[in-house]
Design a protein around this ligand. Sequence first.
Ligand code: ITT
Length: 232
Amino acid sequence: MQTLIIATRNKHKVEEIKSILGTEHFQFLTLDDLPDAPPIVEDGETFADNATRKSVGLIRWILANPEMTHKLEGKPAFVLADDSGLEVDALGGAPGVHSARYAALDTNAPGNSADHENNAKLMRLLGEIPLEKRTARFRCVLALTPIPPDEPGTSTPSEAALLQSTHFFSGACEGRITDAPSGKGGFGYDPLFVPDGYTASFAELGETIKNKLSHRAKALHELQRHFENAFN
Ligand code: ITT
């Protein structure tokens, strides 16, 4: 059994990660269990940069807060961070790493934008571009960083050491952007994204199909294989 602390404030990601990995081999903690964990500034240039900022940033905070390490009861544990986004070919790969705050880039508003604002901006920029030119993909990069044991007399590992112990897993899901949002499931850009081989959006297809096809599912399957190889 592996303990994973999921370092995201996005509840949809938490649900998808738990549902794809299942509870047979993993037990989960989330930021709900660590409510005082500070927000992480995600100003990296790549998904991997931002995923590492989230995993390493949370571990450094955990190690600086002994009551948090006690919560883990000395069990080996990992922080798992997900950075993901949508790349639209007709927009040169945008919104990419800026997916969460795509609309806010125009106003400099702080924090993430509401999904409907990001979707409206995407619709506006794609305008009359025909469907065959609206190719896109979701990408997900996961950073998995082991939490070093809290041994008396040892110093807190540096950011570089934590980065070196981090494993990365990635996944992509190819598809197209529709010309109008449809469906009520999922989150983010799901109402606008039709995966290859389907005619309905992720938001219409629902979680069972999305969790078989998605960028996140592919990255998580790589992570499962990593644990199988490491511990079997
Ligand atoms: P954390 O940083 O706390 O994990 P976040 O939502 O800010 O949560 P990201 O920085 O990774 O996460 O931004 C990802 C954005 O990309 C997300 O807000 C959505 O707009 C979009 N996105 C990622 N995966 C998606 C998915 O499966 N379906 C729809 N949109 C997705």
